[in-house]
Ligand binder design. Sequence first.
Ligand code: PEP
Ligand code: MN
Length: 286
Amino acid sequence: MSPDPQLKPLRPADADRYPRSGRAAGQEATLVRVGAAVFGGQRLVVAAGPCAVEPSGSLLATAAAVRDAGATLLRAGAYKPRTSPYDFQGLGREGLALLAEARDATGLPVVTEVLDPRDVEAVAAVADMLQIGSRSVQNVPLLREVGRSGKPVLLKRGMMTTVHEWLSAAEYVLSAGGRDLVLCERGIRTFEDATRNTLDLNTVVLLKQRTHLPVIVDPSHACGDANLVAALCRAAVAAGADGLLVEVHVDPLLALSDGDQSLDPAAFRAAMTACRAVAAAVGREI
Ligand code: PEP
Ligand code: MN
């Protein structure tokens, strides 16, 4: 996509602070390719799937459902950064094998989280894109290790990170050798506790002006409530996001993590249909 005509040049201080992620006046947006999915172009990328790869074997059914509804990336966690150590922690290596199986069955490339620098090699051997989760955004050894892996990186915003801290995390990945990086706004913690987090669309618009990197939105973790997700997807598309990350489960009531915010396949399909109309209104496609 061409630069926004409203784009203001980076302030000199920003050009120094963000030499790899900052967007100079007139600079084209960067495209990040993950299999057939291309972030940053006219067509939005939708990454969808269950929060976690689960032992129930439901991943294949969810993966097929999200592909049929228009998702172009499968997203599910084998390593889960849960708040409590007593909650389901993910299937680890076994989960990676199930992700590889789901990719083979559906043809969808896979994005999955890596939590520990010691696991980067094993996760990178399976994943098409590595996710750095909210809780890891300032884990410097991890950022460097995923940068060195050469894999495309999906860098979530920390729930408490400022734009400066987030872009500095991107600089750690890019200065360690990473070339392909996508930013993902997933809500920040504010005084408001009626929703899980607060979706910060200001920052999506700001980052589209200040960086050349693709920016996507995860409404699922931003609100924590399946009833709000579809409307926030539409808002994100209208605001100029380059894609969406949506949690979908074949049976959200049975999900081992984040069931409250997971859409079932029918709701996901309806959300995608509504997003297509909004995308068309802003000159994009899904
Ligand atoms: C996730 O993507 O499942 C996740 C744990 O998200 P976040 O890091 O944004 O909390
Ligand atoms: Mn989740």
